[in-house]
Design a binder for this molecule. Structure first.
Ligand code: SF4
Length: 388
């Protein structure tokens, strides 16, 4: 049982570690072997999060999430799988779907997930994040179709509250922007940073209004991240009027277990962080150790749902593909069925597609289509097939 493992002692001041040599729990030999990995893909951790690791277990999921492994050096995937560069309209500003603009507000996180899909941002010559937000704000102001803005990165909650407030205040001044979303793993990686900052919650209460809410897209990946301070952060965010929805990538060796996932959905529902997306982890360079085939992922997802009641079952198993947000809605003996949940091209909106089943496929590009079925032409039969 995973419950109760979260209540451990935490340091009062969180110390950041930027070099693998600073991780005292690793042997000198381990640190030596991991140096080349950290030279290719940046390492960052903090002692709050390292404290969650069971160091006696070499396969500990929290360890796997943040401590590099040599398997990352396997040649696999690309740095920008979802072609985010194609949708970049200004430095650090992406406009892929008509109603949504994404701002990469920073190139830092409170720690670095080894499976990160934007690890290119942490590389020395990256210039993809917005240093000055003015260009993005002006772009959004000129585009009245933009209803919601997603702040991401990196992690916007590593910005100072003053800087974050300046950005949110300018977005709130644009009449057509309703929802502001903030994607953050700080509630998992370093909730103490948030609990120490009363001004942050005051700021959220000011700008998350009854008519226009701020959403915090949390990134809890494993039930052991739901520590007492993390739960307190969720509580204070909710009290400040922030709505919380959780996004979790499916990761081999971390949460690819229906009991772990079911426990996560249950506990997130209990604390008010709605399970929203279970993401197919992108085939990003360095992510080979975390890959889960689509068919196995779908089976794990379905099995995890049997552990929870209605509120825990609202999430979708989805991938952020270059062409849109694609939901995997069914797998049978011969086929895999997907539907575009969001589409970059309007003609793909809601499109339903069937592919030959391939148990070694990890991404949409690996699949071979059977035929396309347009969901908008009354294909109730196709939906029944997909469900089962
Ligand atoms: S919090 Fe997000 S952006 Fe930061 S390292 Fe993890 S996956 Fe990447």
């Amino acid at each position: 049982m995973l419950r109760g493992q979260a209540d451990i002692r935490h340091p009062r001041r969180v110390r950041y570690l930027r070099r693998i040599d600073q991780v005292a729990q690793l042997s000198e030999e381990e640190r030596r072997r991991l140096r080349p990995v950290c030279e290719r893909y940046a390492f960052r951790a903090n002692d709050y999060y390292l404290n969650l690791i069971n160091w006696a277990d070499p396969k500990d999921p929290i360890r796997r999430l943040v401590i590099p492994s040599e398997d990352e050096l396997e040649e696999w995937g690309k740095l920008d799988v979802s072609h985010e560069a194609d949708y970049t309209v200004a430095p650090g500003v992406q406009h892929k779907y008509p109603h949504t603009v994404l701002i990469l507000a920073t190139m830092t996180c409170a720690a670095y997930c080894r499976y990160c899909f934007r690890k290119r941002l942490f590389m020395p010559d990256s210039e993809e994040t917005a240093v000055d937000f003015s260009e993005g704000i002006e772009y959004i102001a000129r585009h009245p179709e933009v209803q919601n803005v997603l702040l991401s990165g990196g992690d916007p909650l590593v910005l100072s509250t003053g800087r974050l407030e300046a950005l949110i205040a300018r977005l709130r001044a644009i009449d057509h922007v309703g929802v502001i979303r903030i994607g953050s793993k700080v509630p998992s990686f370093n909730p103490l940073r948030l609990l120490d900052d009363r001004a942050l919650f005051t700021m959220f209460a000011r700008y998350s209004t009854p008519r226009k809410r701020i959403y915090l897209m949390s990134h809890f990946t494993h039930p052991r991240e739901l520590t007492t301070p993390a739960i307190e952060v969720v509580h204070r965010l909710l009290r400040a009027g922030v709505i919380i929805a959780n996004q979790t990538p499916l990761l081999a060796g971390i949460n690819d277990d229906p009991d772990v996932l079911g426990e996560l959905w249950l506990r997130l529902s209990e604390i008010g962080a709605t399970p929203y997306y279970l993401f197919v982890n992108r085939p990003t360079a360095g992510n080979a150790p975390f890959r889960v085939p689509l068919t196995r992922g779908y089976q794990l997802f379905q099995e995890s749902l049997t552990r929870v009641s209605g509120l825990g079952r609202r999430l979708r198993y989805t991938m952020s593909h270059a062409t849109g947000k694609v939901e995997i809605i069914g797998v049978d003996d011969h086929r895999i069925y997907i539907r575009y949940h969001r589409a970059a091209k309007p003609e793909n909106a809601g499109r339903f597609l069937a592919f030959h089943r391939d148990d070694q496929a990890y991404w949409l590009d690996d699949l071979v289509p059977v035929k396309e079925i347009d969901a908008r032409r009354g294909n109730g039969r196709a939906h029944r097939l997909a469900r089962g």
